[in-house]
Design a protein around this ligand. Sequence first.
Ligand code: C2E
Ligand code: CA
Ligand code: CA
Ligand code: CA
Length: 272
Amino acid sequence: VKGDGRNGWCYYRAEMDEQLQARVEMERDLKIALAEGQFQLYFQPLLNLDSGDIVSFEALLRWHHPVTGMVSPAVFIPLAEDCGLIGALGEWVLREACRQAAAWPQPWRIAVNISPLQFRHGSLPGLVRKTLKATGLDARRLELEITESVLLADETHNLKVLNQIKGMGVRIAMDDFGTGYSSLSYLRTFPFDKIKIDQSFVRDLPHDRNATSIIRAITEMARSLGVEITAEGVETPAQLDALRAMNCREAQGYLIGRPAPGIEAYAPRKCA
Ligand code: C2E
Ligand code: CA
Ligand code: CA
Ligand code: CA
């Protein structure tokens, strides 16, 4: 028993070391990536279902690792948060997103994801104000996407921060709505401009009755609260039809457009 246990432990230990090693290497590479400009923003369109127009784009971060290739933000954002790089990375994302959006041929909105840690450290309102000024982007064209975990910790501080940002004319959207514990209670506490229904609900449309009921309830509630609503992860025409039937206002997903490095596909063609 003893021998087995020790072997098991050794094996476990070796695996842990390997994982730790990979992580340390990736954290080191993240720092290099920021310094050497290996990051890029992709943009995914949001479609207004009433007008049929593209109204906005969400900025989604991409990392082109020189050896391993494209790394998913789902992997490196948590690492950047752990090793203290999310502040610098988030600053780069905000500046780059605003800089590009300011030069777009139409006044589409730009939605930027904000890590909960960006609220805790430093002054997010100051950074937003500085960035808008430096890039010349109209504050009303900027939307920050936050998850409810932002409000979980130190609610009073974070509410103050959110209200300061809103006071500049910047919009605030609640991302991944429905996946947290208290999405509903936060709607009461904070005047969000928009709710983004998580793709896990949309995925089960149109046949799943529970998903349909939940989305219907969310859209009705949003309407009576005067909050805009976007459905995420729309992949099929049947899902889009179901969302239209529920008076969902906006849709985002592969059906409408995949994240891409530029917005050229949506811009009106220039005449020679
Ligand atoms: P998110 O904010 O919920 O972004 C939506 C994710 O769903 C994106 O994944 C997008 O590519 C993907 N998606 C869009 N349409 C569809 C669809 O029709 N079907 C499916 N299956 N997926 C779809 P992505 O780009 O890999 O980003 C993953 C997450 O990483 C984001 O989730 C966000 O939480 C985080 N993230 C991305 N960029 C940034 C950033 O600049 N800053 C921060 N703090 N987080 C970011
Ligand atoms: Ca988002
Ligand atoms: Ca989301
Ligand atoms: Ca998500």
